[in-house]
Design a protein around this ligand. Structure first.
Ligand code: NAD
Length: 255
């Protein structure tokens, strides 16, 4: 996969999908700039990486993030070839139990930070071209239980992906998203373990009969970020073991 010698910025890189993505891109020869608010997690990432990983401890909701990331890149003489907008939070409750502040928080982390970093990225990639990969969710597309703020925010991620792909394709900037199904990470591990209904819906009713691993998503992100995906833009790729195709009994199909 040709990400060799590219500079790739990955947000939420201290854990889960972001960590797996940063490790894979570094292993494949990219220079990774890993951003997270969790400094200890970033230090572990840098220690575990097989390649070049620079770390920036930063809350992505900070309104000054564009200046901060620009300064970091400029101080090191780095361009920007790949942006992976992964940092995000999940969960939620019925809309009657979701206040404005909770809704705003989902959008601040999952959408506004992605919007700001994408603005920075297209400015930097405008003359060189580049790739942006956003982490949406299967919930952007399919009705989910008790996640109105989360689902709405991930819907915004998918539509922003298509919008930016349209606007910046002529500059050689590709913008795609992945839509993970249920992936076992620190965000979901406890819920997978304790909630029986989640197991039934996402594993027993899924064609591949398993939850995903962070590496399943990382490999798709690395592909979309690479030159191999050179004619793909505006796409939101499901990484869900087939779950998002629909929810109907599949017993006969599995015989
Ligand atoms: P995770 O909790 O394991 O990792 C998220 C990382 O983002 C953490 O390191 C956290 O510190 C960081 N982060 C969160 N808010 C931040 C902020 N404001 N500033 C800086 N860093 C911040 O979660 P994950 O499961 O790896 O999720 C990664 C992305 O994948 C999220 O956007 C999530 O919505 C999406 N996603 C996950 C699943 C799943 O099943 N795990 C499914 C669909 C989509």
């Amino acid at each position: 996969m040709t990400v060799q010698d590219k500079t790739a910025l990955v947000t939420g890189a201290a854990s889960g999908i972001g960590r797996a993505t940063a490790l894979l891109l570094a292993e494949r020869g990219a220079r990774v700039v890993a951003i997270d608010r969790d400094g200890d997690g970033l230090a572990r990432l840098a220690g575990d990486a097989a390649g070049d990983v620079l770390t920036l401890v930063q809350d992505v909701t900070d309104a000054g993030i564009e200046a901060s990331v620009s300064g970091f890149l400029d101080d090191r003489g780095l361009g920007l070839d790949v942006l992976v907008n992964n940092a995000g939070v999940g969960g939620g409750d019925f809309i009657e139990r979701t206040d404005d502040e909770t809704l705003r928080r989902f959008f601040e982390i999952n959408v506004v930070s992605l919007f700001r970093l994408s603005r920075l990225a297209v400015e930097r990639m405008r003359t060189t071209g580049g790739a942006i990969v956003n982490v949406a969710s299967i919930f952007a597309e399919i009705g989910a239980t008790k996640s109105p703020g989360y689902s709405a925010s991930k819907g915004a991620v998918a539509s922003l992906t298509r919008q930016l792909a349209t606007d910046y394709g002529p500059c050689g900037i590709r913008v795609n998203a992945v839509a993970p199904g249920l992936i076992e990470t620190p965000l979901t591990a406890e819920r997978i373990r304790t909630e029986r209904w989640r197991h039934q819906i996402f594993i027993e009713q899924s064609p591949l009969r398993r939850v995903g691993k962070p590496e399943d998503v990382a490999r798709a992100i690395a592909f979309l970020a690479s030159d191999e995906a050179g004619f793909i833009t505006g796409e939101t790729l499901r990484i869900d073991g087939g779950w998002g195709m629909g929810r109907y009994p599949r017993e006969e199909a599995s015989l």
